[in-house]
Ligand binder design. Structure first.
Ligand SMILES: NC(=O)c1ccc[n+]([C@@H]2O[C@H](COP(=O)([O-])OP(=O)(O)OC[C@H]3O[C@@H](n4cnc5c(N)ncnc54)[C@H](O)[C@@H]3O)[C@@H](O)[C@H]2O)c1
Length: 321
């Protein structure tokens, strides 16, 4: 059975991107938002990300035939880059505009938003209490057929399964920011997830142009952040303890591994506020003199100066130049 009717809970950064991506491939998308003021915040995000997707498609036309094209084309928007022509990209743009206008609906009534949902994607704030509350409210409003997915980055599905009323149909599908370019989708069940539903979710991820990355068991941080967070922490420790400056640390990584960006370039993209929040969760972050404490101070100083990363124009590196 195709998972055609998609309901998105939460119209923030990720929710709007996921909804647009689903509409782009022809799914019927309903956003449930809790108030008129949420509608006022979500609508401009839908417009902005929709425009960015279309701009990236148009930019991709100029990349056809370029050796760099295959590295930088928007992978979630063009399934077969080798076969792409300017004409087929024009068709994709026309279809995207039509589907963004026709296939996306906003609903304030939760019962109506869920009434015919094949799949619900919960992309609400990372607040366990709010997630329990919405799952409890949704439990009796979803039809039998609904598969319930969470996009949570740091919380495990097993923490919430009992509140969903359908633990066997509940699992995580974890997207990355700017999903039309970084089209990974980590698929992670909990011990009670039905393997058939897991497989249906893998298929759904592929249908919405994501690359499904399958986890065989629950893992905090999934695959990516299980590697990325310790890597970035080690780099920050080298800087905070005075072993080397950030440019030398990046250069070492880039030259020795061939990676295009070292840890401090990655930190600038992630944003220093996020890096600071992650650091402050470490048990020794408050202990004066500990490495985590030194890292916290270093990041805080930069955040207070407004140097929070690429989005601010300056982080470790200056992007205004
Ligand atoms: N931002 C990222 O890079 C990223 C990447 C992958 C996964 N995620 C995950 O996606 C989820 C959403 O993150 P985001 O970055 O889109 O957050 P966000 O803050 O941009 O959006 C959160 C949305 O939830 C809504 N919301 C908050 N509390 C609510 C409540 N009590 N009832 C109803 N709606 C409520 C907000 O109005 C907003 O629309 C989180 O679980 C996060 O871990 C985020």
């Amino acid at each position: 059975m195709e998972l055609k009717n998609v309901t998105i809970i939460g119209g923030g950064v990720l929710g709007t991107q996921i909804g647009l991506m689903c509409a782009y491939v022809g799914k019927d998308v309903t956003f449930w938002l809790r108030s008129e003021s949420s509608v006022g915040r979500t609508t401009p995000k839908l417009e902005r990300y929709g425009e960015l997707m279309i701009t990236d498609l148009l930019t991709a036309k100029a990349l056809i035939g370029s050796p760099m094209g295959k590295f930088v084309y928007p992978k979630g928007l063009i399934r077969d880059w080798e076969a792409a022509t300017p004409e087929c990209i024009d068709d994709l743009v026309a279809k995207a505009k039509e589907r963004f206008a026709d296939n996306i609906h906003i609903e304030l009534d939760l019962a109506k938003a869920l009434a015919d949902a094949d799949v619900v994607i919960e992309a609400m704030a990372e607040d366990p209490k709010a997630k329990v509350s919405i799952y409890t409210d949704m439990k009796d409003l979803m039809p039998e057929k609904t598969v319930l997915l969470t996009n949570s980055s740091t919380l495990l599905p097993s923490m919430f399964a009992e509140y969903t009323g359908r633990p066997e149909k509940y699992l995580a599908l974890h997207f990355a920011n700017t999903i039309w370019k970084n089209n990974t989708a980590e698929v992670m069940g909990h011990p009670g997830t039905d393997p058939k539903i897991y497989d249906e979710t893998v298929k759904f991820a592929d249908e919405i142009n994501m690359i499904p990355l399958q986890l065989h068991k629950e893992q905090p941080g999934y695959i990516l952040n299980s590697m990325l967070v310790p890597f970035l922490s080690s780099a920050q420790a080298l800087l905070a303890t005075g072993v080397a400056d950030f440019e030398t640390i990046d250069k070492t990584w880039e030259l020795a591994t061939g990676a295009p960006a070292g840890p401090f370039k990655i930190l600038d993209i992630v944003g220093l506020e996020t890096a600071y929040n992650i650091n402050q969760m470490k048990p020794d972050a408050a202990a004066e003199g500990s490495v985590s404490n030194l890292i916290g101070k270093l990041l805080k100083e930069k955040i207070e100066k407004g140097e929070t990363g690429v989005n601010a124009g300056k982080g470790f590196y200056d992007y205004k130049k």
